[in-house]
Design a protein around this ligand. Structure first.
Ligand code: FES
Length: 106
């Protein structure tokens, strides 16, 4: 099962198992990662699952879709070029070891 590494704004690191086909957001919630709120449950309509993809992983993770891109305009912390909504990152084998940095607030 792929693993995803979440790095909190304060520096705390948590590695969680992530089921293939599920989302990085779901893996964070199941793994007890603090700092992912996910108010909308993964519908790309709340922007409270905002993450910054580690720069070594941005190509493999890919670009946000159009709806996600719109919602990234509503994040609590300012959007960066590597911002994604973690509910829209689908877990797959090639993302094993993915590092996602959490913003200061959601
Ligand atoms: S959980 Fe709401 S946008 Fe991702």
């Amino acid at each position: 099962m792929p693993k995803i590494v979440f790095v909190r704004h304060e520096g705390e690191i948590k590695e969680v198992d992530a089921a293939e086909g599920s989302s990085a957001m779901r893996a964070a919630l199941l793994g007890g990662v603090e700092g992912i709120v996910a108010d909308c449950g993964g519908e790309a309509s709340c922007a409270t699952c905002h993450v910054f993809v580690d720069l070594a992983w941005t190509e493999r993770v890919g670009e946000p879709g159009l709806d996600e891109d719109d919602m990234l305009g509503f994040t609590a912390c300012e959007r960066k070029p590597n911002s994604r909504l973690s509910c829209q990152i689908t877990v797959r084998d090639e993302l094993n070891g993915l590092i996602l940095n959490l913003p200061e607030e959601q």
